[in-house]
Ligand binder design. Structure first.
Ligand code: ATR
Length: 273
């Protein structure tokens, strides 16, 4: 029986066991996917033990993604660029680490707003780990101007430096100037997450009518950011699909079948919230 896990600290809120459990059942695979809580001080040892643990691999979430990055034998290109690992697997007893957030973001956009690939100028709000993965996706798609906007300017500057001359850092005050020439805007901050502070919500009314708007937050599914875009008649994509799609490459590596992201799966995960 093949076994996989998701590890974090804490881990009880993770939707990954339901997501992978749905696919295991759907494809009739004799396998398991379980949540394993590992305290930060024990995580390196957990990684060391993995080749002999009986697991084929697993997912890594907060706060272990950077430690995983620093302690695997091999990194894929996305993990190298992002500086964080969210997926582990074994190849000939070698521990490999990848990052599937970039894939998840792109696949979600391909599914729900395929026109995103024609854009040239994007705004990315936020400068954390998710922002990095998304900037990488935008560059891969051929975006020419990526404006990273963050409450703490220094973090945006660090990201822009990392990604080179197509990436520009700004503070929040630049938003009004940038909006009218933006094809695609992505919120990677926690603004609008259930119960969070929305005082810094940007005004989207000067975006071009053809602009695409997405949010990586999916609780609630229609965040205040997406609601404001929907009210303006703009094309929007919610963040749930990124979660579902980023799980695909890991499942394929551990269980040998490339699973599909269907509406049935979406409804199943939505039913749990
Ligand atoms: P992740 O790795 O999931 O992207 P993170 O590293 O905690 O998460 O980053 C969260 C992002 O949301 C940061 O860009 C943060 O801004 P700061 O760098 O200034 O902290 C941003 N953020 C969080 N709450 C915010 C709020 N209420 N208004 C604006 N930005 C916010």
């Amino acid at each position: 029986m093949k076994k996989a896990f998701v590890t974090g600290w804490p881990i009880h809120h993770s939707k990954s066991p339901d997501l992978h459990g749905f696919w295991l059942k759907q494809y009739g695979i004799e396998g398991s996917y379980e949540a394993v809580a590992v305290e930060p001080e024990n995580f390196q040892q957990f990684l060391k033990n993995l080749p002999k643990s009986g697991f084929s691999g697993g997912n890594v979430t907060i706060p272990h993604k950077e430690t995983a990055f620093a302690n695997v034998d091999h990194l894929d290109k996305a993990a190298k660029t992002i500086g964080a690992v969210n997926t582990l697997w074994l190849e000939n007893q070698r521990l490999c680490g990848g990052n599937t957030d970039t894939y998840g973001f792109s696949a979600n956009m391909d599914q729900f707003a395929p026109d995103w690939e024609h854009g040239k100028t994007a705004i990315v709000l936020g400068a954390g780990g998710a922002s990095r993965a998304i900037i990488f996706s935008l560059l891969e798609k051929g975006y020419q101007e990526i404006h990273v906007i963050n409450r703490t300017l220094e973090r945006a500057e660090n990201l822009a430096r990392l990604f080179g001359d197509k990436c520009h850092a700004h503070g929040w005050t630049s938003i009004p100037d940038l909006m009218p020439k933006t094809d695609f805007i992505i919120n990677t901050t926690s603004i609008g997450m259930a119960g969070s502070d929305v005082s810094m919500m940007p005004d989207l009314s000067t975006l071009p009518k053809s602009a695409i708007v997405t949010d990586i937050v999916y609780t609630p599914l229609e965040t205040p950011f997406l609601k404001s875009a929907n009210d303006l008649g703009l094309e929007t994509v919610d963040g749930l699909g990124m979660l579902l799609h980023q799980a695909v490459p890991g499942f394929e590596k551990w269980f040998g079948i490339r699973p599909e992201v269907t509406d049935e799966l979406r409804q199943h995960i939505l039913g749990l919230t």
